[in-house]
Design a protein around this ligand. Structure first.
Ligand code: ADP
Ligand code: MG
Length: 259
């Protein structure tokens, strides 16, 4: 029994493990003379949490904005869910991008609307074909999944920083993303709330089977959430490995992130 359970993975497992949902090859992006992304090569595997570390201003946000299409890259290849996005028609591009959720550093809320009304209002346009009752139950389910069920009738002014993050995440999850992009999800939060948000990122990975890129310079968030870490330096991926690998890197500069 035990021998069977620990024997070689099946072909099916190998395919599952090897499935790539985002791939960047020789991606480049400059703003004028500022060469931000010089030659980025990365893959995001199905179901994994990939953490991106790097000093402030190294292009981490630009990198994920290229994936969602908020920034147009100059050169290179970007393949999302098996489609080379330079080769697809606009209509298909919209469909691909619908499968990507994005947790911004700050989530914009309407101060005069409750949590429920904010979600209804902002999702109505994207979920036109859903009935009022259908949307209402999706909202309840998502708020429950992010630990915000009791806040449904609260006003934004009553929400803490952590609750706002949870709300932003609930909003993304209602659209059932295959890929989640988190930009500094714990920045500005106290250590306990940061820990809760990191754990929530893990819960989302399990509950929704998402593949995620998590940008952070919170090393504790990286330790908790990462299946794999890459470090961006001078516009390239300077290092890649597990938390343990990189924390014990021979390169003192890489190790300095973990001290
Ligand atoms: N829309 C833009 N126009 C001009 N420069 C930009 C723009 N967005 C980002 N940059 C520049 O790109 C560099 C990387 O920015 P960013 O990706 O935000 O860094 P970070 O790693 O801190 O997320 C910075 O020098 C920033 O000034
Ligand atoms: Mg940034």
């Amino acid at each position: 029994m035990i021998a069977n359970a620990t024997s070689k993975t099946t072909e099916h497992d190998n395919k599952q493990n090897g499935l790539v949902v985002v791939e960047m090859e020789h991606l480049k992006k400059s703003f004028g003379n500022n060469r931000v992304l010089r030659d980025i090569n990365l893959v995001l595997h199905k179901g994994e949490n990939l953490v991106v570390l790097g000093k402030s201003g190294t292009g981490k946000s630009v990198l994920i904005k290229c994936i969602v299409g908020l920034v147009d890259f100059d050169e290179g290849e970007l393949v999302i869910l098996g489609r080379n996005i330079s080769e697809v028609e606009d209509k298909e591009l919209i469909e691909i991008r619908k499968k990507i959720g994005f947790l911004f550093q700050s989530s914009a809320l309407y101060d005069s609307m409750t949590v429920r009304e904010n979600l209804e209002f902002s999702l109505r346009r994207q979920l036109r074909s859903i009935s009022k009752e259908g949307l209402s139950s999706l909202i309840k389910e998502a708020l429950h999944n992010v630990g915000l069920a009791t806040a449904i009738e609260m006003m934004p002014s009553e929400l803490s920083g952590g609750m706002r993050k949870r709300l932003g995440l609930a909003r993304s999850l209602i659209l059932k993303p295959e890929i989640m992009l988190y930009d500094e999800p714990t920045t500005g939060l106290d250590p306990i709330t940061s820990k809760e948000i990191s754990n929530l990122i893990l819960d989302v990975q399990k509950m929704y089977n998402t593949s995620s890129i998590i940008i952070t310079h919170d090393i504790e968030c990286a330790r908790r959430t990462a299946n794999r870490i890459i470090v961006i330096k001078d516009g390239i991926c300077a290092a890649e490995g597990s938390y343990i690998d990189l924390a014990n890197s021979a390169d003192a500069w890489i190790r300095s992130f973990f001290e």
